[in-house]
Design a protein around this ligand. Structure first.
Ligand SMILES: [Zn+2]
Length: 124
């Protein structure tokens, strides 16, 4: 499953960041996933449940934010949201567009516990 490798990468990066901050555990991992990726939320969550035990993110929540595709028209510079296969400019009907958003696959932020930190909600 494609998502296993993706979640492995997400976990590795999140753990590395957490360790650099001397975190004791990861509470939440927020990721941004573009709708133009082939990634399925359910599969991501499944992979996260399968791979997080034994890492700092054991028991953590994976929060997935979907990003709708957005493009800029090459003819008139209008920016617009669209679906997977219908990137046509609503202003001029042009279909030569530059994709601005929609292929994201990135960690947005992670919520961590620091040693002796009683209020993890507040920034250290
Ligand atoms: Zn246009």
């Amino acid at each position: 499953m494609h998502e296993m490798g993706i979640v492995k990468g997400i976990l590795d990066a999140a753990e590395e960041t957490a360790r650099r901050s001397s975190a004791t555990r990861i509470n939440e991992v927020h990721v941004r996933i573009g709708d133009l990726t082939e990634i399925v939320d359910e599969a991501l969550h499944f992979a996260f449940e399968a791979l997080s035990p034994g890492t700092l993110a054991e028991g953590a929540t994976l929060v997935v934010e979907r990003v709708a595709p957005r493009s800029k028209c090459a003819a008139c510079d209008a920016t617009f949201s669209h679906g997977r296969f219908d990137a046509v400019c609503p202003e001029c009907g042009g279909f030569v567009c530059e994709l601005l958003e929609g292929r994201e696959l990135a960690i947005d932020c992670i919520d961590i516990d620091l040693p002796g930190d009683e209020t993890p909600e507040e920034p250290a």
